[in-house]
Design a protein around this ligand. Structure first.
Ligand code: NDP
Ligand code: HSE
Length: 440
């Protein structure tokens, strides 16, 4: 297979093959075409698309692909001597994306990927292959879309010990929460809008259940703490049980609801990693991050608090991150995928997220009848949960009455278990919602 002609008067082009021409792949082609000259000057040589691959050759992708070589066999791309870089934009932790990644790195090709699921599950194995073959494995687009946070932590902040990293890591969820907050949109309507914008994963439950954010958090945690990636150590819950009252009640309490991923290393308890909807104080910068934007906060022991914000999803921002990786490869600038060789990463003990102490917001929807409040108070007392404030607004309709409790500081598990027990009682008419109230 031969794709590119050599021109002895030009520096050797970097020859890239693109696998997956959907939202992200289409964005990469548009960006490489639109900024071709600038990219050539910045990369020190032309970046040439020498092959494309996706499932359906005949699909209308809204881009003229007639100038490019279409290849049906991805394995051949990985083996070809005429390809320097494979850009994987297919998605999925396993399957064709992983097969291609292994083939590409195994053949000594550079690999660029936007696939956080694959990196979260197989990043260490892929990094080992990349090290053995001394070839780049780059994944800037996998975390927080267009924000260059991988580069910032891997390189800019690499001298620091990082105590905590947290932020808004899923554009779809933030977009849904913002539409619910600002326009009173219903959850389903807001999710459909996020899908139409191309933000959501192929399976949007990955977004709304917090799994996508967990993938990204596990990658950030490894980079920040020098630990081995461990997606199974991230405890995860999503936004699916949120109702409009949660957004309003959070505001009344001086907070906003955001899906927050947080990782913290504690010398005694180990590494805590958690994704869950939280109440963020209205005066914290994270409360002001709207729409599909993402934001990441990293606290370094010498640099202090770093705050990164930008588009976390969508064709343009994700393409920006992918092409930045390609430019680095063109310049021959790369190092170990997780900032140090895999063997130097340590295995942190898993801290129990349920033991974490904090104030919590608990929302119940219950039948409005005699004895229900007494039952709630008794269940909380029996669980050892102390209540700071209690709100019931108006009369209950047939759909029940909303009750919001703010707890004093207590262990997350005890509060969650008490809420679950109330949720399973005969007076409960909707799943309860428990969210930590962050003191950031
Ligand atoms: P899309 O679903 O829009 O595109 C996926 C592409 O992969 C399509 O072109 C599809 O082919 C191709 N594909 C799927 N299965 C196969 C297969 N078996 N063999 C060959 N090609 C296949 O996804 P996105 O572009 O949104 O996402 C791609 C990756 O980027 C994912 O890992 C995602 O998590 C990540 N990402 C996405 C962001 C976003 O905002 N969308 C942001 C950051 C990362 P065909 O078109 O022919 O069906
Ligand atoms: N589905 C992801 C999100 C895409 O909504 O954030 C970016 O990783």
């Amino acid at each position: 297979m031969s794709f590119a002609a050599n021109n002895p008067d030009q520096p050797r082009p970097l020859r890239v093959a693109l696998a997956g021409i959907g939202v992200v792949g289409g964005g990469v082609i548009r960006l490489l075409e639109a900024n071709r000259d600038l990219i050539t000057r910045r990369a020190g040589r032309p970046v040439e698309i020498v092959a494309l691959n996706a499932r359906d050759r005949n699909k209308d992708r809204g881009i003229d692909l007639s100038a490019y070589n279409w290849v049906d066999d991805m394995g051949a791309l990985a083996q070809s001597d005429d390809v320097d870089v494979i850009v994987e934009m297919i998605g999925g932790a396993d399957g064709p994306a992983l097969t291609l990644a292994r083939q590409a790195l195994g053949a000594g090709k550079a690999l660029v990927t936007a696939n956080k699921a694959m990196i979260a599950h197989h990043g260490l194995d892929l990094a080992r292959i990349a090290e053995e073959k001394d070839t780049p494995l780059k994944y800037e687009a996998a975390v927080a879309g267009g924000i260059p946070v991988i580069k910032a932590i891997r390189e800019g902040a690499s001298a620091n010990e990082i105590a905590r990293v947290y932020g808004i890591l899923n554009g779809t969820c933030n977009y849904i929460l913002t539409l619910m907050e600002r326009e009173g949109a219903g959850y389903d309507e807001a999710l459909a809008a996020a899908q139409a914008e191309g933000y959501a994963e192929a399976d949007p439950t990955f977004d709304v259940e917090g799994i996508d954010a967990a993938h990204k958090l596990s990658i950030l945690a490894s980079l920040c703490f020098g630990t081995k990636l461990d997606i199974n150590a991230v405890s995860t819950s999503g936004i699916r049980n949120l109702i409009a009252d949660d957004i309003r009640e959070a505001e009344a309490l001086g907070h906003r609801v955001r899906l927050i991923g947080m990782a913290e290393r504690d010398a005694e308890r180990g590494l805590y990693q958690r994704v869950q909807p939280c109440l963020v104080p209205a005066d914290h910068p994270l409360a002001y991050v709207p729409g599909a934007l993402n934001a990441v906060v990293a606290e370094g022991n010498f640099v202090g608090r770093l705050f990164f914000e930008g588009a976390g999803a969508g064709a343009g921002p994700t393409a920006s991150a992918i092409v930045a990786d390609i430019i680095d490869i063109a310049r021959d600038e790369y190092g170990p995928a997780f900032a140090m060789p895999v063997e130097a990463l340590d295995q942190a003990p898993i801290a129990d997220a349920g033991a974490r102490i904090g104030k919590h917001y608990v929302r119940l929807v219950v039948e409005d009848r005699i004895g229900v409040l007494a039952e709630i108070a008794t269940t909380m007392r029996d669980a050892g949960v102390s209540i700071e404030s209690f709100i019931q607004r108006g009369n209950g309709s047939n759909n029940g009455v909303v009750i919001v409790l703010v707890t004093h500081e207590g262990p997350a598990d005890a509060i969650q278990n008490a809420a679950a027990s109330l949720g399973s009682s005969d007076f409960s008419v909707a799943p309860p919602m428990v969210m930590p109230i962050l003191a950031l």
